[in-house]
Design a binder for this molecule. Structure first.
Ligand code: 3HC
Length: 702
């Protein structure tokens, strides 16, 4: 078999080239190839310096993640790095694209590093529940200092090559050019090294620089990350390992790093985070036969219209403008339009203040958004996203109007969170061009986009919108029609249990604290207060299939009926301090729930534990996820996880509800559901048939 690594000679410079598309990951063949080429170059007396470079769009973007979880194959990466570090001839890295993880570690072990401007370098292992496992925590502090290493390694965020010159990571920046040109420039650099008799510079022999960080640095970082990366073990291991670099000889630090890497790699947290990585990439691919059909390309979307300049419509407009797509924003009155556009500018201003965009970028985005109150201005757009009131009658009226004025091949999307897209499509004469684009609030920030395929939506329409989602930086998941689609239908089960527990005697803060402790970004009642309790209340009124249960979301209904809509009215499940906006527990709501429980004959208990809260909410989610899967509303179990990780604050280190169910064990999940069935009745608690089937076949969800 041909090796993905080859060796060529350019005078007295050896060029080791890696060619392992798509991202030159460090598979076993690449590791073996690097060692063998390095040895040949070292043994060749005519060779005085060595260059390592990569074909294609990027330098090595990391270890081959798909190899993790399988039996490890030799040679291991630290062996490759040790050979580079100890090489008797100077080794120069030619960097472009993404230099990540093991790829960055290879670069750090080279004696010199040159990078094309715009190259991204980083150690993203922590985002996969890992620590760098081939010397990242020992090499980076030796070159760039402890603080820089802590920042890069614990965040996992890549940095631009331009920002890594001062700290010594990059020796020279090169102008953007083709990879061939990069190679020519790096070979001349190597020749210059030979000419000037500049030799090797093993990173392992550099000193960490004891004065470059304060004594309490590591304590401070541990405290900071115990909050920021709550419940995750890898960030703390990263800190431990970087601290080792300051305390131990290089070889010992390396051995300890490897041991921690292996422990993390074999942990459920890393399995979950690696699952999330592949699940997000899989979700973007349509599982249909025509998905890769070149005769059915995604259409170009150069101009869009948004109907409704409220919070949602404004946020959606911002997403398109940020991606350079022009937007017509339609409102019913000049007054509403002016308010909507002002709010957009304010939101961009916040991004400017936080350093997320420049003034020029802000003005460019604003220039791309044009307001109108006239449907006739929408005749030329390629896509319309409707973000108006959540009632079927309003939506059908809008779609009928759009059908009348828009060009023949326009795509018409609704941002509805719950409603039946098939019914909306009936208001048009082009149901094949109608679908849902369900953004999450705040739409300019949240990564998730549910793309809802209605019965008549054609393949090209779905394909176009999936591609567009990627272009505007969203993680897109295709789903089918049902009330609430995947995310909100599951969320209704999760919220239902929180509401029932309130009537059974749990307090809002007990529920929120239990779920926060479990790992959710926020508790369900705090989320409800933030987004407005009236929104789901109104949606329930449009739900044709509400369960026959007077206790169903009764706690939330009572809040709305008492005028407690959440933060916007200063009170909801909690009270909010007028000055600071701080959340305060409110005895009054407990009294309301107590009274309601009495009238509904619900016994209030004082023995509700955190574990009961966590299990009831999470197992309700899992059970509904399994139903959604067997009904074909979601295509893959992993798609459900992607939705929960990116739209609902599900902790990434637990991988999403489906991955978590597999980790707990489906038999245990079903046993607990059956217990609730006994205790609470079977209106809500019946094990999903799919779970029973998978258990009987000894299979898992993922
Ligand atoms: N291993 C295996 N497959 C990988 C991979 C990796 N490190 N990185 C990317 N891929 C695959 C993707 O799954 C995808 O496959 P598919 O086409 O079959 O779905 C394909 O390569 C292209 O990836 P993207 O769709 O993500 O391409 P983009 O151009 O959008 O992004 C990227 C490129 C920025 C390199 C992105 O893929 C990425 O972030 N990759 C992961 C980088 C990473 O985490 N590296 C660290 C690995 S752990 C490590 O190195 C441990 C070491 O310390 C020992």
């Amino acid at each position: 078999m041909n090796s993905p690594v080859s060796l060529a000679k350019q005078g007295d410079v050896a060029v080791i080239s890696v060619d392992n598309p798509p991202v030159n990951a460090l598979s076993q063949a690449v590791r073996a190839g690097l060692i063998s080429c390095l040895l040949s170059a070292e043994q060749d007396d005519a060779i005085k310096a060595i260059v390592i470079h990569c074909h294609g769009r990027t330098f090595i973007a990391g270890a081959d993640i798909s190899e993790f979880g399988k039996p490890p194959l030799t040679p291991h990466l630290p062996e490759v790095l040790a050979k580079i570090d100890a090489c008797a001839k100077p080794v120069v890295a030619a960097l472009h694209g993404n230099v990540l993880g093991g790829g960055f570690e290879v670069a750090l072990s080279c004696h010199y590093r040159l990078a094309v401007k715009g190259t991204k370098l980083g150690l993203p292992e922590v985002t996969l529940g890992l620590i760098p496992g081939a010397g990242g925590t020992q090499l980076l502090p030796r070159i760039a200092g402890v603080e820089r290493a802590l920042t890069m390694i614990t965040s996992g965020k890549p940095a631009l090559a331009e920002s890594l010159v001062d700290c010594g990571v990059i020796d020279q920046l090169l102008e953007k050019s083709s990879t061939d040109d990069l190679l020519t420039q790096v070979i001349s650099y190597a020749q210059e090294l030979i000419k000037q008799n500049k030799g090797v510079r093993p990173t392992s022999q550099l000193d960490v620089g004891k004065t470059s960080y304060a004594l309490d640095t590591f304590v401070k970082w541990r405290t900071k990350l115990s909050k920021k990366a709550r419940g995750q073990q890898a960030p703390q291991c990263c800190i431990d390992s970087i601290e080792n670099a300051t305390l131990l000889p290089f070889k010992e630090g390396m051995l300890k790093e490897r041991a921690m890497f292996v422990t993390c790699r074999d942990s459920s947290q890393s399995r979950a985070m690696r699952h999330a990585f592949f699940a997000e990439r899989k979700a973007a691919k349509l599982p249909t036969p025509s998905a890769d059909n070149p005769d059915l390309p995604a259409l170009n979307i150069d101009a869009v219209a948004i109907i409704g300049a409220g919070t949602m419509g404004g946020g959606i407009a911002m997403c398109f403008a940020k991606a350079g797509i022009s937007v017509k924003l339609l409102e019913m009155s000049e007054e509403n339009l002016a308010r909507g556009i002002k709010a957009i500018r304010e939101r961009y201003n916040q991004a400017l203040k936080r350093g997320l965009m420049t003034e020029t970028q802000l003005e460019n985005c604003m220039a791309l958004i044009q307001g109108t109150c006239d449907y006739q201005d929408l005749t030329d757009v390629d896509l319309v996203v409707e973000a108006a009131f959540e009632t079927m009658a309003v939506k059908q009226q809008i779609f009928s109007k759009l059908d009348e004025v828009c060009k023949a091949d326009v795509i018409l999307a609704s941002n509805t969170s719950y409603l039946d897209i098939n019914e909306i499509a009936k208001a048009t004469n082009r149901a094949n061009k109608v679908l849902g684009m369900h953004f999450f609030s705040p739409a300019n920030i949240m990564k998730l986009l549910e793309v809802v395929r209605a019965d008549a939506t054609d393949e090209q329409t779905i394909k176009t919108v999936m591609a567009l989602g990627k272009k505007i930086g969203k993680i897109t998941v295709a789903v089918n029609v049902c009330y609430g689609f995947v995310g909100n239908r599951m969320y209704a089960c999760y919220g239902r249990e929180a509401n029932l527990l309130l009537l059974e005697g749990a307090s809002p803060e007990q529920i929120d604290n239990a779920m926060h402790k479990w790992g959710m970004a926020m508790g369900p009642l705090a989320v409800n207060d933030m987004s407005g309790i009236d929104i789901a209340y109104k949606a329930r009124q449009e739900n044709p299939n509400l369960p026959d249960d007077p206790a169903y979301f009764q706690a939330a209904n009572l809040m709305v009926e008492a005028g407690r809509l959440g933060q916007k009215t200063g009170a909801g499940f909690y009270q909010y301090d007028k000055e600071t906006g701080r959340r305060i527990a409110d005895e009054k709501v407990l009294a309301i729930f107590h009274e309601q429980a009495n009238s509904l004959n619900i016994r209030q208990r004082d023995d509700i534990t955190d574990e009961e809260i966590q299990n009831r909410l999470i197992f309700a989610l899992i059970n509904e996820g399994a139903n959604i899967l067997s009904e074909g509303i979601a295509t893959r179990a992993s798609d459900i996880d992607v939705i929960w990780l990116n739209g609902y604050g599900f902790p990434r280190h637990l991988g999403g509800p489906m991955c978590y169910a597999d980790e707990v064990g489906l038999d245990k999940v079903v046993a607990t559901i059956k217990e609730y069935q006994q205790q609470l009745g079977d209106q809500y608690w019946q094990p999903a048939p799919l779970l029973l089937e998978l258990i009987s076949q000894n299979k898992k969800l993922i």
